[in-house]
Structure formats: structure tokens, C-alpha cells
Design a protein around this ligand. Structure first.
Ligand SMILES: *Cc1c(COP(=O)(O)O)cnc(C)c1O
Ligand code: SF4
Length: 344
């Protein structure tokens, strides 16, 4: 479903909202997969799945601090489809289409159904850049959602990277195992693997309800094939900004053998202020997780610094200088302060 009239026909929105949402859809791409439509409880005005995918007139409220390229891909564009910000790893943006369009997307000005795939010439230039840059140890394949391309094209990309000696790790960032689990076919899983290279899949998921039995089975197909999985989530107001929602999400991921990797602070993408929390709120949530849920369930809370300066951890600090020389004050997960080293 890509048009508000279809969302109404599917019972996901009231028909009287079509006109207002058409105005949003004219500005930002809309798509909801059947798997996500099935999860939406249209009777619940605060449904956390609806809030991620159903357009909202609040998106037309653009704030002065919001930026078209919030994480600064542009200053580090090194070749067609390549963003090279850190020395040892480069992004390869294979496609700019996705199976769903998230309302908070940090690349919302770049992604959409009309956006092109890299042409064969551009692909050749991207691979030439990677080949000629020996510092690139890891290639992070992103988009859009790179797993929407055919297994044949995925296998071609993997073979191209596998032929480059200095590339040791191939990392795919995707939402597909959750939003369209049936598309994680054995052929696709097979296409991701390359002899002698490590393939990783990083799943983007934001709410425990996304980890349906079908989504968990899709993750199992990847992990059983020997592909380690990590996750990234975005901290989103009204979706996962409570200790319970975050704990449930992280546990659902770990139960699916997906290790929580990053919890992203909401990027300054245009028209997303209604979905952003403050950093202070994010830090309080991270404190609430620490000690109360398994260490396996702890992601790193990160901010992608606007302007292309990279990701940094912005979680709460537990350590400060003590009053005596060479001593520290350390806070435990319940908030009590302890001197380190302890007094003799
Ligand atoms: C996020 C990102 C990466 C990957 O960063 P990690 O911290 O290794 O996950 C690499 N390059 C760019 C340009 C990025 O935005
Ligand atoms: S799947 Fe990723 S790239 Fe696509 S709309 Fe969602 S956040 Fe953006």
C-alpha cells in the first residue's frame, strides 16, 4: 500500500483522513507491507506500528534545526553510492527504495519509489573506489533497503566485494526480515555468503511487536546459515520511549539471536520533531535498562553528529572524579555512589 486511499481501503485509516494524508504522501514516500499492515491496530490511536508507517500531517511541520542530509552523507560522498567517512569502512548505497517507508527516516529526502538504483557504470565506479582504497576493511551495504534487490544482484555484489582482498567484512543493513519476512528466502540467504569473508546482517527494528513468529523465523534462517545478526533501533517518541517498551524490544531481539547494537537518537530529519525525544530522556531510558535487563540486551545509545562528524556514544556516564586524588565516584544501576578504589 503506497497511497492513503489504499490505506483507507485496507481499514488502516479513516476515509476522512485521505485528503490530509495525500498532502503528506506528495512530499514523502509512503509504503506499508502486508506484514506491517496486519500488525496495526487501527482502533488504537497510539499504535506503535501505525506511528512508524502511517503518514501524519505533523510531518509537514518542518523545524529550523532540521536538515535534509541530517547525518552528513554528502560531505563524505567518495564515488557513486559510496560514503566514506571513517578510514576502515565505507557505505555502499545499493538502492534508494525500501519495502516500507518509515516516517522518521534519516534519508527521507533521498529514498522513495522513484529513486534510481546504481547504473552498471556507477556500480563499476563504486567497486573501483573500494578496490583502490586498501584501508577499506569493511563495506556496509545500505540504501534504502539493499535486501529488496534480487538474490542474483546481491550475489553479484558479494562476488565483486569478495574478489577484493582487503575487504574482510560485508555488512548489510536492512529492515526486510521484519517488514517482509517471506522475502528472506534460502536463495537470498545463500547470496549473502562469500567464502573467506564475514557477512553480517544488521536488522532495523523499533518495537517488540515487529518480532512476529514469521520475523523470528526469517532471522533464524540467516543465523542458522552462519550469518551473525545485530540490530539497530531508533529511539522514537510514542513508539519505544519507555523502559518497558525498550526492554521488550531488546529481549525480543536477543530471543531471536539478534544482538542489540545501536539505539540511535532520532536524527534531525525534516518533519520528524513529533517523533524525537530529548537526549536527557534517552539517557534516563538507558539508565533504566542497565542492570534491570541482561547485558545482552544493552545497545549503545548513539548520536550521529550533524554535518558528517560520525556516530558517538551519548549514554549516561557512571564514573566521575572523586574528591581525593586518584579516586573516582562510581554510580551503580540503582543510583548509589561508591568510591573507587574503596577506602581501606
Ligand atoms: C553509520 C556509518 C558507518 C558504520 O558505523 P559503525 O559505527 O561501524 O556501525 C560507516 N560509515 C558511515 C558513513 C556511517 O554513517
Ligand atoms: S527502511 Fe531504512 S532507509 Fe528505508 S525508510 Fe525505513 S529508515 Fe529509511
Amino acid at each position: 500500500m503506497t497511497r492513503p486511499a489504499e490505506l483507507a481501503a485496507g481499514g488502516l485509516i479513516a476515509p476522512e483522513r485521505i485528503a490530509a494524508l495525500d498532502a503528506v504522501a506528495a512530499r514523502y514516500a509512503v509504503a506499508v507491507t502486508p506484514a506491517m499492515a496486519d500488525l496495526i491496530d487501527a482502533a488504537d490511536p497510539d499504535d506503535p506500528i501505525a506511528r512508524q508507517f502511517i503518514p501524519d500531517p505533523a510531518e509537514l511541520d518542518r523545524r529550523p534545526e532540521e536538515i535534509d542530509d541530517p547525518i552528513g552523507d554528502e560531505p563524505h560522498a567518495a564515488a557513486p553510492g559510496i560514503v566514506h567517512r571513517y578510514p576502515d569502512r565505507a557505505l555502499l548505497k545499493l538502492v534508494h527504495v525500501c519495502a516500507v517507508y518509515c516516517r522518521f527516516c534519516f534519508r527521507r529526502e533521498m529514498v522513495g519509489p522513484g529513486a534510481k538504483m546504481l547504473t552498471p557504470d556507477e556500480m563499476a565506479a563504486a567497486f573501483a573506489y573500494i578496490r583502490e582504497t586498501p584501508a577499506i576493511w569493511e563495506v556496509v551495504i545500505t540504501g534504502g533497503d539493499p535486501l529488496v534487490v534480487s538474490p542474483r544482484r546481491i550475489a553479484e555484489a558479494v562476488a565483486g566485494l569478495a574478489a577484493i582482498d582487503h575487504v574482510k567484512v560485508i555488512r548489510w543493513h536492512t529492515r526486510l526480515p521484519v517488514v517482509d519476512p517471506a522475502r528472506i528466502t534460502p536463495a537470498l540467504v545463500d547470496a549473502l555468503k562469500a567464502p573467506g569473508k564475514a557477512s553480517y546482517v544488521v536488522l532495523h527494528a523499533n518495537h517488540a511487536r515487529e518480532l512476529t513468529p514469521a520475523a523470528r523465523a526469517a532471522c533464524a534462517r540467516l543465523v542458522d546459515a552462519g550469518i551473525p545478526m545485530l540490530s539497530q533501533s531508533v529511539l522514537l517518541k510514542g513508539i519505544n520511549d519507555t523502559p518497558e517498551a525498550l526492554a521488550d524490544l531488546m529481549r525480543a531481539l536477543v530471543e531471536s539471536r539478534v544482538k542489540p547494537y545501536y539505539l540511535h537518537h532520532g536524527d534531525l530529519a525534516p518533519g520528524t520533531s513529533h517523533l524525537r525525544t530529548t537526549i536527557t530522556e534517552g539517557q534516563a531510558l538507558m539508565r533504566a535498562l542497565r542492570g534491570r535487563v541482561s547485558g545482552l540486551c544493552q545497545p549503545t545509545y548513539v548520536l550521529d553528529i550533524p554535518g558528517g562528524h560520525g556516530k558517538v556514544p551519548i549514554g549516561p556516564g557512571y564514573l566521575c572524579e572523586g574528591v581525593e586524588a586518584d579516586s573516582y565516584d562510581v554510580m551503580d544501576y540503582q543510583g548509589a555512589i561508591h568510591r573507587y578504589p574503596p577506602k581501606a
